[in-house]
Ligand binder design. Structure first.
Ligand SMILES: C[S@@+](CC[C@H](N)C(=O)[O-])C[C@H]1O[C@@H](n2cnc3c(N)ncnc32)[C@H](O)[C@@H]1O
Length: 293
């Protein structure tokens, strides 16, 4: 407040409004000008991840509570720590990229894929030769891609199958290439299919070569990727866009739709929806499956 302004004056009201505009609503008595944007810009320069594209409320809370455990007073001083120590960046990324996954996550989705979607995709493949070209977008440590490989092998017999998994997190991509999963990762997996394609070694499930031949993994940022038109029969993008702002999410769904051939399918997470399917040439087919027209 200006020292000379009388309490309750119009000037008070204008100043209060100006402060409120400068201060994010949820921040109570914290710094008037947020240190969040400069922090995000520093992270973007360090590793390319643009945190400002993610839903701010939950991301900012997540980051601030983590930073408090790292002994830094605020995001500005934590930025100094991040720049000085590469392993600190890894710790931060562990916190912000939520890598939760599992084999056969949401088994009801895999049943629909196995029984209806995959046979239809193979039968309608361009050129008449049964095939499946799929993309697991936001694949984490590969559980989704290996599950798809096992399910597709069962559903499609000897059809040509190739599955690309991409994730922004290099450590997850390295784990995905290894194809090793904990017993807990396999808790929803059907026992016989699991045993047919994975071996239990030293308490962990190792994907067999029959699956490893069908999958490949690359680092990739979904916020920047511009996939070629019509290159996939199937795109799985599950439990990844929930962290993005609504516009960012819709834009991504548009680019994923663009990567599908006519008749291809986009599968989203069990609780997710494409907000404007028609705009992207998608028709809802079941609550989590969209067909490219
Ligand atoms: C919760 S996991 C989902 C894994 C899998 N799709 C599933 O449903 O089990 C979300 C993944 O999205 C990745 N991710 C977050 N932002 C991303 C981005 N901009 N580009 C690519 N991957 C991203 C994270 O690193 C994380 O591994």
């Amino acid at each position: 407040m200006t020292p000379h302004a009388p309490r309750g004056s119009a000037i008070d009201a204008v100043e209060a409004l100006a402060v409120a505009v400068r201060r994010p609503a949820a921040e109570g008595g914290r710094a008037l000008v947020s240190d969040y944007e400069p922090f995000c810009e520093a992270v973007r320069r360090l590793c390319g991840i643009d945190l400002l594209q993610y839903k701010r409320g939950q991301m900012e809370r997540r980051i601030r509570s983590f930073v408090a455990t790292r002994g830094a007073a605020d995001l500005t001083s934590y930025t100094v720590q991040l720049k000085a120590d590469k392993s600190e960046l890894e710790r931060l990324l562990d916190r912000v990229t939520i890598n939760v996954s599992q084999l056969w996550r949401n088994p009801e989705q895999w049943a629909v894929l196995e029984e209806r979607i995959l046979p239809d995709l193979a039968a309608s493949a361009p050129g008449g030769t049964p095939r499946l070209k799929a993309w697991s977008a936001g694949c984490s440590y590969g559980a989704e891609a290996y599950t798809l490989a096992a399910v597709a092998r069962r559903a499609l017999g000897r059809a040509q199958i190739s599955i690309l998994g991409t994730d922004i997190d290099a450590r997850m991509v390295a784990r995905a290439r290894a194809g090793v999963f904990t017993a807990d990762d396999a808790r929803a997996a059907p026992t016989a299919t699991l045993a047919a394609h994975f071996s239990m070694v030293g308490g962990a499930w190792h994907a067999g070569d029959d699956l490893k031949r069908l999958v490949r993994f690359e680092e990739g940022d979904l916020l920047r990727v511009r996939p070629a038109a019509g290159s996939f029969d199937l795109v799985l993008c599950r439990n990844t866009v929930i962290y993005f702002n609504e516009d960012v999410r819709d834009d991504l769904h548009g680019r994923l739709a663009h990567s599908l051939r006519a008749g291809g399918r986009l599968v989203v997470g069990a609780t997710e929806r494409v907000s404007q399917p028609a705009r992207h040439g998608l028709e809802p087919e079941s609550p989590f499956v969209y067909r490219k027209s």
